[in-house]
Design a protein around this ligand. Structure first.
Ligand code: SF4
Length: 326
């Protein structure tokens, strides 16, 4: 089970003003030439030039709301305060949020407006602020956090990212982010290159997950609500193209067998996936159960699975037991 924790203060509340200002300075320094993500495409974001991810200087967001569909300790009973950012440094051909991530749906907000949105979500009673696809706006998010902190932001911060992260950028976030919630999408680079345009995904994701785990450790909760730690998501792809077995072995052996992992069955061929026969279908039931078995044999024992072919999440507190007959 997720450990309980006597957590009285978020990391943002605990960090000093000067230290936070220094982090903001460092993060903005990574914008020109931009190397916020491992792509390091080098565009001058400070001059509002758009790089591979198509993000410029000001953050763009598509929506924000209390989200009740995240994992149980993230959504809780009042919802997770999600902020969906436009654009992405990955280009997954099957992205289910492609209208935001790749078609750029959304609108620019100022740093002050972003801070106000965080405070509004806190005022709505949300358990946390959940930055969805934040990597390319890390600097801007930090600047907004400084403004929001001055006005009393005091709920945990969730960094909900694609797992293709720069360790240099993550180190700047050390001491600010309470909960990391990355995807670990692929165990091999060939499919990562073909379907997400990231030929070094596996190495970068491993480095990033090690760093995130080093910063926050395993998932901890108070009264069933997450307050800190790492929660990893893995989407099972058709034809074993996510190399789930390798992902689970890495997590169990190099991070912890007690890591909270959500093994997702919600893949469907969105966006451009119909151009690739091998991913132009739902995962078969046996492919998904095979992934569950791989997690079990790797030694993982905490997390959630989904019902195949549906979006429903089902918490499995005694995960080993539930997998016995699978
Ligand atoms: S965040 Fe965007 S602009 Fe910056 S390096 Fe990555 S892809 Fe390029």
């Amino acid at each position: 089970m997720i450990k309980s924790n006597k957590y009285k203060m978020t990391k943002l509340q605990g960090i000093g003003k000067k230290e936070l200002e220094e982090k903001i300075r460092q993060a903005y320094g990574l914008l020109s030439p931009c190397r916020l993500c491992p792509r390091a495409c080098g565009t001058d974001r400070l001059k509002n030039k758009k790089g591979y991810c198509k993000a410029g200087l000001l953050p763009e967001i598509a929506s924000y709301h209390a989200h009740h569909g995240e994992e149980p300790p993230i959504s809780g009973f009042k919802g997770s305060g999600t902020i969906f950012f436009s654009h992405c440094s990955l280009r997954c051909v099957f992205c289910q949020n492609y209208s935001l991530s790749q078609l750029g749906e959304g609108a620019e907000v100022t740093i002050q407006e972003l801070a106000e949105i965080m405070l509004k979500l806190q005022g709505m009673g949300c358990h946390n602020i959940n930055f969805v696809t934040p990597t390319h706006y890390t600097a801007q998010i930090l600047a907004a956090l400084a403004a929001a902190k001055d006005k009393g932001l005091g709920i945990p911060l969730v960094y909900n990212c694609g797992g293709y992260e720069s360790v240099e950028t993550l180190k700047i976030l050390d001491g600010v982010i309470d909960i990391y919630m990355p995807d670990f999408k692929y165990g091999d680079n060939a499919p990562a290159k073909k379907y997400s345009g990231a030929e070094d995904y596996a190495e970068r994701a491993k480095e990033a997950h090690r760093e995130m785990y080093k910063q926050v450790g395993g998932l901890k909760a108070e009264g069933g609500i997450a307050v800190s730690g790492l929660l990893i998501r893995h989407l099972v792809l058709p034809n074993r193209l996510a190399s789930s077995e390798k992902v689970f072995e890495f997590i169990a052996k190099e991070l912890s067998p007690d890591m909270a992992v959500n093994i997702m069955a919600q893949y469907y061929p969105a966006h451009l996936a119909n151009k690739y026969d091998e991913i132009n279908r739902l995962p078969a039931v046996n492919e998904y159960t095979e992934a569950l078995r791989a997690a079990k044999s790797a030694g993982l024992n905490q997390g959630w699975r989904q019902t195949t072919g549906t979006l429903a999440r089902e918490k499995i507190p005694e995960w080993k037991d539930s997998l016995k007959d699978s």
